[in-house]
Design a protein around this ligand. Structure first.
Ligand code: F6R
Length: 215
């Protein structure tokens, strides 16, 4: 593990964008795992800026998002589908068929999870996975206590996570109770993981993670 310290959120976002863009520019085929939430927003802004300045090509890039809420659809501004279109995809002109996000409205959620895993596998796995960290330590929507051998599955969200994400909704009741998420094993099979952590509310979870790595 390599720990890169940044002076602030903007600095972290620039460094993260540089790492992602290096992969995109130096390889002729790349599969990215992407996160939503507040943390990567500025990283995506730098990627958009780069696109506008350098016309970076995204035709060789495939993306798989980590997760999606169950029960809300692509046109809902709180869906992760909507987030990705408005915060990154539309502006960088990546072909839509090369972007993948679990379908939180799937009739058969179990089948949706299996199919998502299959798609990742068929693309040869994830080369670079971008992750945020929940204040309770979750990655993707894998809540604390999730087994390490999990693949894409439906997760029941903890009260802490629902409360943390309530800032995007009108009321806490509107926050979905479940999400489809890549499992811990799915994430750990990525060739490289870029975990972005910013904000005091993440410090306990980050300290725990760094301490456990020393053991
Ligand atoms: C988002 C995701 C979540 C977030 C985490 C941190 O796709 O998988 O694990 O990364 O909840 O969220 P923010 O960045 O809003 O603090």
């Amino acid at each position: 593990m390599r720990l890169i310290t940044a002076t602030n959120y903007t600095d972290m976002s620039k460094l993260a964008a540089e790492i992602i863009l290096k992969r995109i520019k130096e390889t002729n085929k790349v599969t990215l795992g992407l996160a939503t939430g507040s943390t990567p927003i500025e990283t995506y802004k730098y990627m958009i800026e780069d696109y506008q300045q350098n016309k970076t090509d995204y035709h060789h890039v495939t993306t798989f998002n980590l997760d999606e809420y169950v029960g809300i659809g692509p046109t809902d501004p709180n869906s992760y589908y909507y987030f990705m279109q408005t915060k990154l995809f539309n502006a960088i002109h990546i072909p839509e068929q090369q972007t993948h996000i679990p379908n939180g409205l799937a009739k058969d959620l179990r089948q949706e999870c299996i199919a998502y895993e299959e798609k990742i596998k068929n693309h040869g796995g994830i080369d670079l996975q971008v992750l945020g960290l929940g204040s309770n330590g979750h990655i993707g929507f894998n809540e604390p206590g999730t087994k390490f051998d999990t693949r894409t599955h439906v997760e029941q969200l903890t009260e802490t996570t629902r409360r943390a994400n309530a800032r995007f909704f009108n009321t806490l009741e509107e926050v979905p109770t479940h999400a489809i998420t890549m499992g811990i094993d799915t994430i750990l099979q990525s060739d490289e993981i870029l975990l972005l952590v910013s904000g005091e509310e993440k410090s306990a979870a980050l300290t725990q993670l760094l301490e456990s790595k020393k053991k």
